[in-house]
Design a protein around this ligand. Structure first.
Ligand code: SAM
Ligand code: DTB
Ligand code: SF4
Length: 309
C-alpha cells in the first residue's frame, strides 16, 4: 500500500501509457470492467452560501449570476428523484449551499432522504459541515452516503477557502463515519495546484481510514465572477493521470469522473474509464452548472460498451 508522497509522485512521473496500464490492472482486479455507477444531483437549496470557496458559483462572496433558491419542498425533490431513476441513475444526491444545516432544515432533509430511499434509490446528501448529532439524524433517516470533499491538498487549502478549516472537514468526515454512513469524498483539480499538491491531495484522501467508498474527481468549472474564473484547464493527460493515480491509491473505491465532463471530448472520457473511473454524474445539470446531455451520454456508453449500474 502506498503511504508516502514520493511513491505517489513516482506514479505521476510514469510514462502516460504505463500509468494508465497499471490503473487498468488495479481496476480489473477489484471491479467488473465496463460497469459504471451513475448518480444524479439535485440542488435542494441554491446560492447565497456564507463560505468563500474560490471555485464556487454559489458563494455569496462572489457575483456569479446564480439565482438563490430556498429549500425545495418534498414533492419537488421526489419528482426530480423519480426522473433521475427513470433516466438510469442508481443514486440521488441532494446538495445544499449551506455552511452547515440549521434549525428545522435538517429534519426536512431527513424526510426527503426517507422518501427518496423508498423509491428504491441509494441516497446521498451534501449539506456542509455536520456535527455528530446531525450525522446521527441523517443516518437514522437512512442516508447511505454523505458527500464532503477535502477539495485540495492540506498545503494548498488556504489559497482556496478561508472560512472553514481543513480540520473542520476532517471532523465532519469522522462524524459521518462514526454515525455509520458511507463516505463520498474527493475534490477538485485544476485550481492552480502543483503536481506535488495534487499528489498530496490524493494521498490524503487515500489515507482516510477507511478510504472513502466514493471519490469524486472534479475538474474545475471556471465560473465567471469567481476568483478562479481565468484559471487555465489542466492538460488532458494530467487529468487522466490524476484519475489513474486515484484508482491505484484507492483500489476498491468508486472513482467518479465528476464536474467538468461537459466539453470534455469523449475520447478523453474514454481514457478516464480506461484509467479506472467507474462512476459519473448523469443528468443535464450538476448543482448549478451544466453537464452533458443525457442522450449524448447514452450514446457514449453505447459506443464504449459501458453499462450503467
Ligand atoms: N456546500 C456543501 C459543501 O461545500 O460542503 C455542499 C455542496 S458543494 C457545491 C460540493 C462540492 O462541489 C465542492 O466541495 C466542490 O468540490 C464541488 N464544486 C463546487 N463548485 C465547483 C466548480 N466550479 N467546479 C468543480 N467542482 C465544484
Ligand atoms: C462533488 O464532488 N461534485 C458535485 C457533488 N460533489 C456535490 C458538485 C459539482 C458542482 C459543480 C458546480 C455546480 O454545479 O454548481
Ligand atoms: Fe458553499 Fe459548498 Fe459552494 Fe463552498 S462549495 S461556497 S460551502 S456551496
Amino acid at each position: 500500500m502506498i503511504r508516502a508522497l514520493p511513491e505517489v509522485l513516482a506514479l505521476f512521473d510514469l510514462p502516460f501509457l504505463d500509468l494508465v496500464h497499471q490503473a487498468t490492472l488495479v481496476h480489473r482486479q477489484h471491479f467488473t470492467s465496463g460497469e459504471v455507477q451513475a448518480s444524479t444531483l439535485l440542488s435542494i437549496k441554491t446560492g447565497g452560501c456564507p463560505e468563500n470557496c474560490a471555485y464556487c458559483p454559489q458563494s455569496a462572496h462572489f457575483e456569479t449570476g446564480v439565482k438563490s433558491q430556498k429549500l425545495l419542498s418534498l414533492p419537488e425533490v421526489l419528482e426530480a428523484a423519480k426522473q433521475a431513476k427513470a433516466q438510469g441513475a442508481s443514486r440521488f444526491c441532494m446538495g445544499a449551499a449551506w455552511r452547515s444545516p440549521r434549525g428545522q432544515d435538517l429534519q426536512k432533509v431527513a424526510e426527503m432522504v426517507q422518501e427518496v430511499k423508498a423509491l428504491g434509490l441509494e441516497t446521498c446528501a451534501t449539506l456542509g459541515l455536520l456535527d455528530q448529532e446531525q450525522a446521527e439524524v441523517l443516518s437514522l433517516a437512512g442516508l447511505d452516503y454523505y458527500n464532503h470533499n477535502l477539495d485540495t491538498s492540506s498545503d494548498h487549502y488556504a489559497e482556496i477557502i478561508t472560512t472553514r478549516a481543513y480540520q473542520d472537514r476532517l471532523n465532519t468526515l469522522s462524524n459521518v463515519r462514526e454515525a455509520g454512513m458511507k463516505v463520498c469524498c474527493g475534490g477538485i483539480v485544476g485550481l492552480g495546484e502543483t503536481r506535488e499538491q495534487r499528489s498530496r491531495f490524493l494521498l490524503e484522501l487515500s489515507l482516510l481510514d477507511p478510504a472513502p467508498e466514493s471519490v469524486p474527481i472534479n475538474h474545475l468549472i471556471a465560473t465567471p465572477g469567481t476568483p478562479l474564473e481565468h484559471q487555465k484547464a489542466l492538460d488532458w493527460t494530467e487529468f487522466v493521470r490524476t484519475v489513474a493515480v486515484a484508482r491505484v491509491l484507492m483500489p476498491s473505491s468508486f472513482v467518479r469522473l465528476s464536474a467538468g465532463r461537459e466539453g470534455m471530448p469523449e475520447a478523453v472520457q474514454a481514457w478516464c474509464f480506461m484509467a479506472g473511473a467507474n462512476s459519473i454524474f448523469l443528468g443535464e445539470k450538476l448543482l448549478t452548472a451544466s453537464n452533458p446531455e443525457l442522450e449524448q451520454d447514452h450514446q457514449m456508453f453505447e459506443k464504449l460498451g459501458l453499462t450503467l449500474i
